[in-house]
Design a protein around this ligand. Structure first.
Ligand SMILES: C[C@@H](N)C(=O)N[C@H](C)C(=O)O
Ligand SMILES: [Zn+2]
Length: 302
């Protein structure tokens, strides 16, 4: 059932783009309605101004489609690839691959390899979205380390507010430690201990979780606690190992792991990022463009 249109209630900056605007409105409307059906209203989207109704499909279903409907459907199918590439991000946001396709992306919350053991709400594609400033700064880091045959690997970038809410609800359900992701912490304590944000800076679009890997070697990841992640250089723990050992300055630490943390920290600082002392992989652009805004548009491929 279509519960609302993204157009009517969307909290983010203006929608629509060059390609979208140049397409016949009826096709575009159909496409948006189809999209809305796939993505029910988010908590933020549900706050429509008083008196505004969420959109609904126009016209009733008919057993015999009219010629106009058939023609419109054919035209829509022809235009679909064009429309699919025209889905706009809020102003100020970019897909990292459009800025720097050389940065490796392993977006964990879009899949099963994460502490939830399932996809998080709002991740519809394993794609890194960031503010333009953060993406550009990251690309600068990539250029620096590429000279050493290394690459950045990003695990999480912009995180929709609905994903943050999902993670919060999940942790509040409670449960025992998980040997892979939080071996010494109760699930219900993950927020209080600072490992999962109740309101995450990731929703502001200029925060990124990342590591460094050898550019020419792409091995399967072995994430989190207990063993180094074989998909990256050795950082002492894997990404999202919620443990004291993941504190950036934690000691003792093997010499290689300490050197790798130092290299990541230095490269990110030089590009204007600040590290979160509890997690060696978590960095926020100091001069972020949306320091007081949280966003809730879904992570999509295009
Ligand atoms: C969940 C982890 N990857 C992370 O980003 N933690 C911080 C605290 C956050 O959720 O903002
Ligand atoms: Zn993070």
């Amino acid at each position: 059932m279509v519960r609302g249109t993204p157009l009517a209630c969307r909290p983010s900056p203006p929608q629509g783009g060059r390609l979208a605007a140049s397409t016949a409105p009826s096709f575009l409307q159909r496409w948006r309605l189809a999209k809305a059906a796939r993505h029910p209203i988010s908590p933020l989207r549900g706050r429509c101004p008083a008196g505004q109704m969420p959109g609904r499909a126009e016209g009733g279903a008919s057993r015999h489609p009219s010629l106009a409907t058939i023609l419109a459907t054919l035209a829509f199918l022809t235009a679909a690839p064009l429309l699919a590439r025209a889905d706009p991000l809020p102003a100020g946001f970019v897909r990292l691959a459009d800025v720097d396709p050389t940065i490796r992306q392993d977006i964990r919350y879009a899949g099963l390899e994460n502490f939830l053991h399932r996809k998080a709400d709002g991740y519809e594609a394993p794609v890194c979205i960031l503010t333009g400033q953060a993406a550009k700064a990251l690309s600068g880091v990539q250029k620096t380390i590429a000279a050493k045959d290394l690459t950045l690997v990003v695990f999480d970038c912009y995180r929709p507010a609905r994903a943050v809410a999902d993670m919060g609800e999940w942790t509040r359900q409670g449960g025992p430690p998980d040997p892979q992701w939080y071996p010494k912490v109760e699930r219900g304590d993950l927020i209080a201990k600072g490992y999962v944000g109740e309101l995450s800076s990731h929703s502001r679009g200029s925060t990124v979780d990342l590591a460094i890997a050898e550019a020419d070697k792409k091995r399967a990841a072995r994430p989190a606690c207990g063993a180094p992640d074989t998909g990256t250089l050795d950082f002492g723990t894997g990404f999202d190992c919620f443990d004291r050992a993941s504190e950036t300055a934690h000691r003792p630490l093997a010499a290689d792991a300490a050197a790798n943390r130092k290299m990541l920290l230095a490269a990110m600082r030089a590009a204007g990022f600040r590290n979160y002392a509890r997690e060696w992989w978590h960095f926020t652009l100091a001069d972020e463009p949306f320091p007081k805004q949280r966003f809730d548009f879904p992570v999509t491929a295009n």
